[in-house]
Design a protein around this ligand. Sequence first.
Ligand code: IDC
Length: 464
Amino acid sequence: MKRLLAIGASCATVLGLTTLAGPQAAAATGCRVDYTITNQWSGGFQAGVKVTNLGDPVSGWVLKWTWPDGGQKVVQGWNATWSQSGSTASATNVDWNRTLATGGTTDLGFTGSFTGANPKPTAFTLNGVACTGSIGGEEPPPDPDPDPGPGTGTPVGINGQLKVCGVNLCNQYNRPIQLRGMSTHGIQWFGKCYNNASLDALAQDWKSDLFRIAMYVQESGYETDPAGFTSRVNSYVDMAEARGMYAMIDFHTLTPGDPNYNLDRAKTFFASVAARNAAKKNVIYEIANEPNGVSWTAIKNYAEQVIPVIRAADPDAVIIVGTRGWSSLGVSDGSNETEVVDNPVNATNIMYAFHFYAASHKDNYRATLSRAATKLPLFVTEFGTVSATGGGAMDRASSVAWLDLLDQLKISYANWTYSDANESSAAFKPGTCNGSDYSSSGVLTESGALLKSRISTPDTFPVG
Ligand code: IDC
C-alpha cells in the first residue's frame, strides 16, 4: 500500500483513471517479458520466455503477443497452455505456476515454425496489461522507508542454525521449514559450473535455499586427491554462506554401494570439514549418498561410526543418513521404511535420505514417502524429473505430483543437477557453463525451467 500511495503521488496522471475509483481499488499492474531465441534451424526455432510480474500478486494469467510479420507459429510449448489465433500467440498458466507474487517469475518455452526473418515480438501483455518492464508504465520511486519486516532476508539469515524437531526440519525458532534447492553434478567433472555468477543466479534468481555439494568419492573423485577435494568443498560452503544459502556436504558414494568400503575416508573427510565449518550455521552433512546392494544393518553401523566423528567437532549440525536401495528407504530392494522405524540410527538430530527419479518412481514410492513421513524425519537430498539414469524424457506429471507432495509434507529437497551436463536431468543446456549467463530463460532445459519456477516462489519461513 505504501508503494501504491507513492506511485499515486508521483504520477497521478498515469494512474488518474484507477485512482478515481479509490485507492483501495487501484491494483498495481506491470510486467516484464524476456524473449530469447535459443536455437534456430531451417524453418524452425526454439524460444525461452521469462515472465516477471511487477504488479500485485496474480492468481491466474494469460500472456499474449503478436508476431510482427505474422510468419511464426507455436508448434509445441511447455510450462503453459499454448494457442495461436492468426498472428497472436497466447500462453495461459498451468496449475503450478498460476500464482505469480510481486517480483515472481516463471520460465516458459516453445518450439515454433517460421517463414521470413523470424523477428522477435516487441509488445507483450499479461492479463491485458502491456509489459513495459515497470509498474503502471512508470518506474516506482524508491521506498523512502524500507521496512524489511519478518520473512525477508536470506534463508540462513532468517532460519539460522537448523535442528531436527520431531519428524521435521526446524529453524532457530523451532518452527518446521522446507528448504528447496539444487544439487551440483559431480564436482570432479562440473567445477566450471560453480562460480560467482552461477551461485549469484542460484541465490538471487532461483531464490534457492540450498546448495548441495556432490563430492563423489570414486569415479575420479575424493579418493584421488583428498586434500584438494576437501578444500574445494570448503570453498563452495563459503560461497553458499556468502549468499545466505544452506550448504549440504554430500559424501557422494555410489559405486561400490556399501558405504563401509569408504569408512576410513569418511572419517578423515568429515573430521576435517566438520572442524573447519563448526562455527557456521549453514552446513548440513550427508554422510552417504546412495547405499546399494547392502543391508540396513550395515548402513546403520557405518552411520554410528561416522556421526560421532562429526559431532566431536560440530555438535549441533543436522546430519543425514542414506537409506537402503539407493536411498529409497528400501523400496527399490523390495523392502520399506519399517526396517528403519524398527531399528533407527542411535543418534539425535539426524534425518534420513529419500531419493526418487520421477519418470521411474511413482505411486508406490510416493505412498512410502507419505507413510514414512509420519514416523521419520526425511530429507529428499536428491531427485530427478527424469528416469533413474539421469536421462530420458522429463516426466512432468510425475514431477509435479512429487513436488506438490513434498510441499504439502514440508519435506526439503535438492534437485539433480545444477549443471550443464548433456543429460535431461541437468538444469542448463550443454555449453552454458562455458559462458557467464546463468539467468536468462534461454539457458534452461525443460527440467531447469520447471525447477526454477518451483524453487523461486516466495518462502514462507515462520519466525518468532
Ligand atoms: C549420474 C549422472 C551421470 C553419471 C552417473 C555416474 O547423472 O552423468 O554418469 O551418475 O556417476 C543417482 C546418483 C547420481 C546419478 C543419478 C542419475 O546419486 O550420482 O548421477 N542418480 O543416474 N541416483 C539415482 C539416479
